[in-house]
Design a protein around this ligand. Structure first.
Ligand code: SAM
Ligand code: SF4
Length: 328
């Protein structure tokens, strides 16, 4: 069996995103519909996830991002990260979190477990707008978490989803977080998943114009910060970078290097496709490592060329799963 996973379009898989829960402590209005989460008993065991990661690492996966739902609501996230870091071949383990539970204790545990980098989501710097978007509190924990993670030597990115009528006025202030901090602030175009399928995306071109009106010309730089599809820029006098992810309008599929494991234990070849494997079912039926490996190789062959976010319509909306389940 070849030790690399290459799909039928010549793209090599090196990156895995694992959703360890679809539960969340926030209710961001573009992400989480009420009352549809699965219970913790239906999520995949950490030990099973580590076994699957071992197989994927043998096949060439080098980076694992732990996400959710909110990964920090699941007990044992730090131990899981420590176990992932011990898997031969896995070089980097990162996490995406809303930062609300990223207090000193959690940060120290994650750092001791070997977490290399953290992406912290922050859509506004205004407490009231935060409550309006997330339906919850906890805003006051997020900026301190960003600075504490930097102090612990982690690489930090901030994710912001601009929404017309909700946080567009915050774009310059969020970008400014990268003025004195060596972080990447990334603006992510709203993708039509779950509740977002009914919302009006804020144009990603307009994000760049708002940033430039405040800070001067964005200069694109050929840096690759992590595994993601962001295009990075510098600004005069800024220590960090500004990333733009035109998820729908610019697409990011050409260089896609990733697979995803959903909270319920489904391995997906693409965010937006039903090409998938039921890992929990395979493990429950005592499939051998060779059988799982063969199923993964076959799945990668079925990976589609790209997403279909731009094709609107009722059918597309019905099919759109929720990002908190797939793992954003
Ligand atoms: N709870 C964690 C958090 O908020 O960072 C991890 C999961 S969340 C689904 C991961 C990222 O996906 C967040 O940055 C969130 O803003 C983003 N996201 C959620 N729904 C989205 C959508 N429809 N389009 C674009 N990004 C979305
Ligand atoms: Fe929770 Fe993250 Fe979705 Fe917000 S974006 S509801 S924090 S999973």
């Amino acid at each position: 069996m070849s030790a690399s996973l290459t799909d039928s379009f010549g793209r090599t898989i090196t990156y895995l995103r694992v959703s360890i829960t679809d539960l969340c402590n926030l209710r961001c209005l573009y992400c989480m519909p009420k009352g549809q989460e699965i219970s913790h008993s239906e999520v995949m065991d950490f030990d099973d996830l580590v076994s699957v990661c071992r197989i994927l690492a043998r096949l060439g996966v080098r980076t694992v991002r732990v996400t959710g739902g909110e990964p920090l609501v699941r007990t044992g996230a730090a131990e899981f990260i420590r176990d992932l870091k011990a898997v031969a071949g896995i070089k980097r383990v990162t996490m995406t979190t809303n930062g609300v539970l990223l207090g000193e204790e959690n940060l120290r545990a994650l750092s001791a477990a070997g977490l290399d980098a953290v992406n912290i989501s922050l859509d506004t710097l205004d407490r009231e707008r935060f409550a309006r978007i997330s339906g919850c509190g906890g805003f006051e924990n997020i900026l301190p978490a960003i600075d504490a993670a930097l102090e612990l030597g982690m690489s930090v990115k901030v994710n912001c989803v601009p929404l017309g009528d909700f946080n567009e006025q915050d774009i310059p202030a969020i970008a400014e977080l990268a003025r004195t901090r060596n972080i990447a602030v990334r603006f992510i175009e709203l993708m039509p998943f779950g509740p977002a399928a009914e919302m009006r995306p804020f144009p990603i071109r307009e994000v760049a114009s708002r940033v430039e009106a405040a800070f001067g010309k964005l200069m694109q730089v050929p840096v690759k910060l992590g595994e993601g599809p962001a295009v990075y820029h510098t600004l005069p006098g800024f220590a960090g970078h500004i990333g733009i992810i035109g998820a729908v309008s610019r697409g990011f599929c050409e260089d896609c290097n990733r697979l995803r494991i959903t909270a319920a234990g489904t391995l997906k070849a693409c965010l937006d496709s039903t090409a998938e494997i039921d890992l929990r079912g395979l493990l429950a039926n005592k499939a051998s490592e060779r059988e799982i490996e063969a199923a993964i190789v076959d799945l990668v062959r079925r990976k589609p060329a790209g997403h279909r976010f731009a094709s609107a319509g009722e059918e597309r909306k019905r099919e759109a799963a929720e990002l908190f389940r797939i793992g954003g």
